[in-house]
Design a protein around this ligand. Sequence first.
Ligand code: SF4
Ligand code: SF4
Ligand code: SF4
Length: 176
Amino acid sequence: MQAFLPPLRPPGALAEKDFIKRCVRCGQCVTICPHKSIILPSFLGRHRGQPIIDPHKKPCYLCMLCPPSCPTGALDPTLSDLTRVRMGQAYIAKDRCHNYAQTGIMCMTCYDRCPLRGQAVVLAMGLNPHMTTACVGCGICVYVCPVAAVTVVPAHASWIPPFAEQIKPSPRKGEG
Ligand code: SF4
Ligand code: SF4
Ligand code: SF4
């Protein structure tokens, strides 16, 4: 159920149970993030004070400054290739998306703004966006979609939004 989803963590976060143990709540990642994407929540029970990203407020722009700033390895300090980030997976609710729902508005916003355009988001017939397994879960599409059609499910969660368009395998080089 969605209520038990783990939070969206910054790039390079260890698997959730290891991350919780390793993160010492120092806030180094928060300080270094130039986009103020990372929040240390004062709620979330025992997870209080450990970094999360709320893409509805501010997504991750994949500048890759935070992983090496972590002094404990809760964020993998060797991670520098943004295509290897696995924060989560984006899904589109077809019944909300302008293009699938044929509202008369043609929208390319998630495709245009995705840092992995053509890999993480591809367009079918030049129109309908599909998320693929190359998605890194940065949440930019969530932030920019004008009709709140996109959800990012954090890594390691087993839940998939029931209304979501199924993700596709990432395109091979030269496709998409
Ligand atoms: S990768 Fe950059 S934008 Fe993303 S959370 Fe880390 S410091 Fe912020
Ligand atoms: S599809 Fe969305 S969450 Fe995935 S990489 Fe692109 S902008 Fe980020
Ligand atoms: S930004 Fe939203 S409405 Fe626009 S194409 Fe993407 S999912 Fe559809």
